[in-house]
Design a protein around this ligand. Structure first.
Ligand SMILES: NC(=O)c1ccc[n+]([C@@H]2O[C@H](COP(=O)([O-])OP(=O)(O)OC[C@H]3O[C@@H](n4cnc5c(N)ncnc54)[C@H](O)[C@@H]3O)[C@@H](O)[C@H]2O)c1
Length: 335
């Protein structure tokens, strides 16, 4: 797909998507500088690349202005993944600060370098939009400010607007990517990694599987290889510049079906109980709103980026289960 190799700056490189993207970029011959403050990322995710001749890791914070002053200035693209996700159990101030000021710092850096900027946004920006599947130029329907999850969506919407304004005012090419629940190797082993991560952990440790609400809310889960294929195409292709893309699979399943599928993969469909937890019990007294259905329209990504999710949920979950099992047993052996 590529004509020449590029020099790429990746923020959040030690995180789930960052480390998987790093692997792809290096295997395609590109040079990568990665920044991460390791607040949520893990050195294990990037350990095997630390001695790679085309990779440099910088352990720093993107909120700190000095992080960018010492950097090279010949990047072709910045892929900005560093962020905090839904502030379910606190971290609301960090989420808002990192996702606004941090993004602004990275956009300023892109402006200084006059280079392309790829922004990680989220399906959460569609909020409670009832028009399914979500199209990129559809409405973003954000709920009550007292519900912590919307702080994340609003921070990412701010990023999207800021990036588009930078393109308009300063002429740098930007691409906005709205990811739909990615999962796979290197995912976080807690709720930060998504429900599949928690469910696998419960199955491996004989714990009840907790499901919020009645489990009828739907999602489309995307195996990380497919998410990375989208980021990669958006990074390389000039046709992507100035556009917003949904990056995800379209296999819609309920959270209850997800739990059942994982029980089957784990080989104990009957043994592990599922516990439905009412929404008012999960948010420590704070207001909670869920998104009841979430499905992307992916025709734009197919048409302009040439990507379509290929890995089925069954296959992706099997591979993820095996990975999580191996890291969990390695941890037990080491302790
Ligand atoms: N994984 C998904 O399904 C998903 C869905 C929607 C959106 N996204 C977005 O994609 C991006 C990557 O997500 P992820 O799942 O890999 O998350 P992640 O938490 O695994 O990765 C984010 C990385 O950013 C780093 N980071 C956070 N704050 C930082 C700071 N101030 N300075 C430097 N590094 C910092 C963390 O240590 C972490 O390694 C995020 O912007 C996220 O909002 C992901």
């Amino acid at each position: 797909m590529i004509a020449t190799n590029k020099k790429i700056l990746v923020t959040g490189v030690a995180g789930f998507l960052g480390s998987n993207l790093l692997s792809k970029l290096l295997s395609e011959g590109h040079e990568v500088v990665g920044i991460d403050n390791l607040s949520m990322g893990r050195m294990e995710n990037i350990h095997k690349f630390l001695t790679h001749e085309r990779f440099e890791f910088i352990e720093k914070d993107i909120l700190d202005h000095s992080t960018l002053t010492g950097l090279a200035t010949d990047f072709d693209v910045i892929v900005h993944l560093a962020a905090f996700k839904i502030p379910r159990y606190g971290n609301a101030v960090d989420t808002l600060k990192i996702n606004t000021k941090g993004s602004e710092n990275m956009l300023e850096f892109a402006r200084k370098l006059n280079c392309k900027f790829v922004l990680a946004s989220t399906s959460d920006v569609y909020g409670m939009n009832p028009d399914l599947p979500f199209v990129e130029d559809g409405n973003c329907v954000i709920g009550d400010s007292k519900v912590p999850r919307w702080g994340y969506a609003v921070s990412k919407l701010y990023d999207e607007h800021l990036a588009l304004a930078y393109m308009e005012d300063y002429g740098i090419p930007v691409v906005l990517l709205r990811f739909f629940g990615s999962y796979g190797p290197h995912q976080h082993l807690s709720w930060w990694g998504g429900p599949q991560s928690v469910f696998i952990d419960c199955l491996l440790n004989n714990k009840e599987i907790p499901i919020h609400g009645d489990g009828q809310q739907t999602r489309t889960f995307t195996f990380v290889e497919d998410t990375v294929a989208g980021i990669y195409a958006a990074t390389m292709k000039p046709e992507a510049n100035g556009e917003i893309f949904n990056i995800g699979a379209n296999e819609e399943i309920t959270i209850l079906e997800l739990a059942q599928m994982l029980r089957e993969i784990a080989g104990n469909p009957e043994d592990t109980d599922i516990k439905l937890i009412p929404y008012n019990e999960i948010s420590a007294g704070r207001k909670y709103q869920d998104v009841m259905r979430r499905v992307p329209d992916t025709t734009k990504a197919e048409r302009l980026l040439g990507v379509k999710a290929k890995v089925s949920m069954k296959e992706g979950l099997k591979r993820t289960f095996e990975w999580q099992k191996s890291v969990t047993s390695a941890k037990v052996e080491a302790s």
